[in-house]
Design a binder for this molecule. Structure first.
Ligand code: AP5
Length: 192
């Protein structure tokens, strides 16, 4: 099973991807997590990405395309994967098509989680509170300024992917406003 999770920041992409990785025994490929790991490790990619991510902008297509292309080649992706947060621009989606074609494989579905904008901001605040309560490190882009920029980036650069994938017949829109368990059920139904 090869899936893309599409949706604005805080829509629940990571939450649902983690649940489905266990159910389908395939890895979650989160470009956000990969980039945060690169930042934490102080790699060249991490150094280039850090200030962009902190401000809520998008890292260059060239960097994320290469990260994903290399990650898909790893053995644990042979049976499938869930792309969480990639592609995020039409340019990335076009490159992904080429990457998959080169590897003689294709996507099964694109799940778009649909969530009201006000709920997104509340979810980000909740995540910050929970992280602090658990003694964790709050994400450097989980603050009102960076989050506002992330929403603008989503609207301008990522939302057009909904149309892009609807023309391929792969798009499944799922209501992301219901409780986590119900969203999972709706995704599973959409995949049948
Ligand atoms: P990334 O890490 O991908 O962040 P994001 O897309 O902004 O998404 P989030 O992780 O904030 O939200 P989510 O949809 O995963 O929601 P979650 O499940 O956590 O990207 C970060 C940055 O990296 C980008 O801004 C960019 O700089 C860079 N980047 C990454 N990919 C890139 C790319 N392809 N190109 C260029 N740059 C890239 O849930 C959020 C909260 O809501 C949680 O607290 C959760 O418990 C709660 N929640 C989830 N579902 C529900 C529900 N149904 N009901 C109630 N609460 C819920």
């Amino acid at each position: 099973m090869k899936l893309i999770f599409l949706g604005p920041p805080g829509a629940g992409k990571g939450t649902q991807a983690k649940i489905l990785t266990e159910r389908y025994n395939i890895p979650q490929l989160s470009t956000g997590d990969m980039l945060r790991a690169a930042v934490a490790a102080g790699t060249e990619v991490g150094k280039r990405a850090k200030s962009i991510m902190d401000a809520g902008g998008l890292v260059s297509d060239a960097i994320v395309n290469q990260i994903v292309s290399e990650r898909i080649d790893e053995p644990d992706c042979a049976k499938g994967f869930i792309l969480d947060g990639y592609p995020r621009t039409v340019g990335q989606a076009e490159v992904l098509q080429d990457i998959l074609k080169e590897k003689h494989t294709k996507l099964d579905a694109v799940i778009e989680l649909v969530v009201d904008q006000n709920a997104l901001i509340d979810r980000m605040k909740k995540r910050v509170e929970e992280t602090i309560a658990n003694g964790g490190k709050v994400r450097s882009d989980d603050n009102p300024e960076a989050f506002a920029k992330r929403l603008v980036e989503y609207t301008e650069k990522t939302a057009p992917l909904s149309k892009f994938y609807s023309t391929t017949g792969l798009l499944r829109k799922v209501d992301g406003m219901t409780p986590v368990k119900d969203v999972t059920k709706a995704i599973e139904l959409a995949l049948k």
